[in-house]
Design a protein around this ligand. Structure first.
Ligand SMILES: [Zn+2]
Length: 298
């Protein structure tokens, strides 16, 4: 399931599959529309022409509208950013005149290297969208093995699906579960805790997150449930006090949660703030205020 961010990532994954079996891949589940979950689809089709890509119906729509259609514009933005970042390295300060310390300089250098590698990859993507879509569940029965592909509610996106093997008690969650730091863009926080509860209810022994370490109990899923619940409650309390977005962002820092998820690790702390708290508080505020769902994320 899922094929990575780029064709080259898809190729690496396909090579790993070929080490395990010489049988053809018949089905690939794209768990949701984010770029890092279907960017290698074309490679699978090239290697295994009969492969079918399966997703929730809304994931197909979102992959077209949110991932494929804006790609050229996004790639152009990366291209435009490189000379700006190079200027920062040259002058030793950013556009606001703030000097770059060693750690930030390193991050800027890494960003430039990543953009340079990403641009030709993004340009080589041929949109390869799901062929087989469903709403609630699709069950494949193959000999002894039953493969349930299920939509368990709103969460990371509006179309995340999990792949569950009931006999083997294994579930692959896509990005409904991301370890060790959740990813907070464009999500559905009021619903996500119940969706995670539905994953818990499968009573799988082995949980494969969309990113990160395999889980063998529900502790991490329950920690995520509590975090999302707390986020929604805190944002609602701030709104009840009349807080606007900016005031809500000042108030809802989720500091104890940062400690729980990131400990004293600097990089994880920064990720928790940048990839979770900042986008999630804003998203939760907009949703609680009843703003329409634009799905313009990532
Ligand atoms: Zn992902």
């Amino acid at each position: 399931m899922d094929t990575g961010l780029f064709p080259s990532t898809g190729r690496r994954m396909a090579d790993e599959v070929r080490k395990l079996t010489n049988k053809p891949v018949r089905y690939v589940v794209n768990t949701h529309w984010h770029d890092d979950h279907h960017g290698g689809n074309q490679v699978y089709r090239e290697i295994w022409p009969d492969v079918e890509f399966i997703s929730h119906a809304r994931t197909r729509t979102d992959a077209i509208e949110q991932s494929h259609e804006p790609r050229a514009g996004n790639t152009a933005r990366l291209e435009k950013a490189i000379p700006d970042l190079e200027r920062w390295l040259g002058t030793g300060e950013d556009d606001e005149g703030k000097p770059l310390d060693a750690a930030r300089r390193k991050r800027v250098e890494q960003a430039i290297a990543f953009y340079r590698a990403a641009i030709p990859e993004l340009e080589s993507i041929e949109p390869t969208t799901p062929d087989l879509t469903f709403e609630d569940a699709l069950v494949l029965r193959r000999g002894e093995r039953t493969i349930e592909i299920r939509w368990l509610g709103l969460g990371n996106t509006r179309g995340d699906v999990v792949v569950f093997l009931p006999r083997e008690r294994i579930v692959a969650t896509g990005d409904l579960v991301v370890h060790p730091i959740p990813f907070g863009f464009g999500s559905y926080y009021a619903d996500w805790p119940d969706t995670l509860g539905n994953i818990d209810a499968l009573e799988a022994d082995i949980v494969f997150p969309g990113h990160g370490a395999v889980q063998r109990d529900s502790a991490y899923i329950d920690q995520l449930r509590a975090l999302f619940h707390d986020l929604v409650v805190n944002v609602e309390v701030a709104i009840a006090d009349g807080a606007n977005l900016e005031e809500t962002q000042e108030r809802v820092t989720l500091a104890e949660w940062k400690e729980k998820f990131a400990g004293s690790d600097d990089r994880k702390q920064r990720s928790f703030t940048a990839f979770f708290v900042q986008p999630a508080v804003e998203r939760a505020w907009r949703q609680a205020m009843g703003e329409p769902d634009t799905q313009k994320v990532q």
